[in-house]
Design a protein around this ligand. Structure first.
Ligand SMILES: Cc1cc2nc3c(=O)[nH]c(=O)nc-3n(C[C@H](O)[C@H](O)[C@H](O)COP(=O)(O)OP(=O)(O)OC[C@H]3O[C@@H](n4cnc5c(N)ncnc54)[C@H](O)[C@@H]3O)c2cc1C
Length: 379
């Protein structure tokens, strides 16, 4: 067993760290406050290869492994989780889904532009009444011969107003249940497609989350991903990899808060000494560091499983379940270490605490991760 990162891994990690510090840190507080999408920063992330990291270079991607992706996601998320969710959705859900299950024509038409970050994508599964219970799709894709007629509403869609390509899950044959669901590639300018207002959120406020409405949108048959009825399997397979991205986002939020807490504890004085000299603070830092290290190992294990073509359903779910818990606990403690200063925006930890919560909710809530894990254990 080798826990050593390769030269390439270290280089990716360093590049992501440098980018986050120089390009994402300035303005992160203002973007959060005004819910401003980090458009320029995402463009640069595309130019640096962060938007299609694992995609084959022949489709414009970086050809990197999932371990590199985890390392980069951690560094970007330490500073700006709103930017890292855009990166995660584009890499793990949209690019991976298209590269793994799309036709050659779909890859040439869409993936090549998504992998370079020229355009970004969105993954549209959730509905007003279908979140955890994703089989209850009300959006319909009626088979009309050479096209599908798409009708319905999707909720909470990340990159909702900024994407150019949307992977939409919809029910074609109700009688067949989840085997009657399809995944369709919808373009932003297709007639009948409308974007709802932006959600005003607790955290990841720089990311843009919208509901989407489809009214008689004609989606050509060649835009279906996989065979007829493959849509639900497509969504589940894609989300299994997506969890590794969100687990690393949670890891980054936790380690970002921890690093700020260590720095502050060495600077702030109380009772004549730096607060880092008080054992109560030292123990908080020790717990944070231990939990973060365990979360990092779970994330890397899941990425390694993916890279070695082992089953990563359970390890990915464990990584997300644990890392998101650690993100929540660590950020709350980081605010505590900062005292009153932790409660105001300039010190960053309150934002990290708000951002941490979403990692326990999207791409499968913590309760759903436990269902996934226990199902594997009891097979
Ligand atoms: C900011 C944000 C961005 C998002 N981005 C996207 C996106 O890009 N694409 C997309 O498709 N979706 C997206 N989502 C949706 C997200 O994935 C769902 O909100 C999530 O899956 C939970 O669904 P729900 O909100 O309907 O909650 P519900 O499913 O109604 O769950 C409510 C509560 O009940 C629990 N629960 C439900 N079923 C069970 C069960 N069987 N056993 C135990 N507990 C259960 C849940 O864990 C939760 O605590 C996003 C959501 C947010 C808030």
């Amino acid at each position: 067993m080798n826990f050593q990162l390769t030269e390439e891994h270290l280089a990716v990690q360093a590049a992501a760290r440098e980018f986050a510090q120089t390009e994402l840190l300035p303005g992160v507080i203002e973007r959060d406050e005004h819910q401003k999408f980090p458009a320029e920063q995402i463009k640069k992330m595309g130019e640096l290869g962060f938007m299609g990291m694992m995609v084959d270079p022949k489709y414009g991607g970086g050809g990197m492994d999932a371990v590199s992706y985890v390392l980069a996601m951690e560094e970007i998320s330490k500073i700006d989780a709103s930017a890292s969710v855009v990166m995660s959705v584009n890499n793990s859900l949209v690019c991976w889904g298209l590269e793994t299950f799309g036709t050659e024509e779909q890859k040439q038409k869409y993936l090549t532009r998504l992998a370079t970050g020229e355009i970004i994508g969105a993954f549209c599964l959730s509905e007003p009444e279908a979140g955890s219970d994703a089989t209850s799709q009300r959006t319909t894709a009626e088979d009309k011969g050479d096209y599908y007629l798409l009708n319905g509403t999707k909720n909470w869609i990340t990159n909702g107003s900024t994407a150019s390509v949307y992977l939409v899950i919809a029910q074609t044959d109700v009688e067949k249940g989840h085997r009657g669901i399809n995944a369709l590639i919808v373009e932003r300018d297709m007639e009948g497609f409308a974007i709802g207002p932006k959600e005003n959120k607790l955290g990841i406020r720089g990311s843009d989350t919208h509901s989407l409405m489809f009214t008689d949108v004609k989606v050509p048959k060649e835009n279906r991903i996989g065979d007829d009825g493959f849509g639900f399997k497509f969504a589940m397979a894609t989300l299994a990899g997506g969890r590794i991205g969100i687990a690393s986002q949670a890891l980054g939020i936790a380690s970002g808060a921890y690093e700020l807490a260590v720095k502050y504890a060495k600077e702030r004085k109380a009772f004549g000494v730096e607060i880092a000299k008080h054992q109560a603070i030292q123990f908080k830092l020790a717990d944070m560091a231990t939990n973060i290290e365990a979360a990092r190992l779970l994330c890397l294990q899941a990425a390694y499983d993916k890279d070695t073509h082992a089953d990563y359903g359970k390890s990915g779910a464990m990584a997300k379940l644990f890392a998101s818990k650690v993100a929540m606990e660590t950020t709350v403690e980081a605010v505590q270490v900062h005292g009153g200063y932790g409660f105001v925006k300039e010190y960053h930890v309150e934002r990290l605490m708000r951002d941490a919560k979403i990692t326990q909710i999207y791409e499968g809530t913590s309760e759903i991760q436990k269902i996934v894990i226990s199902r594997e254990l009891l097979k």
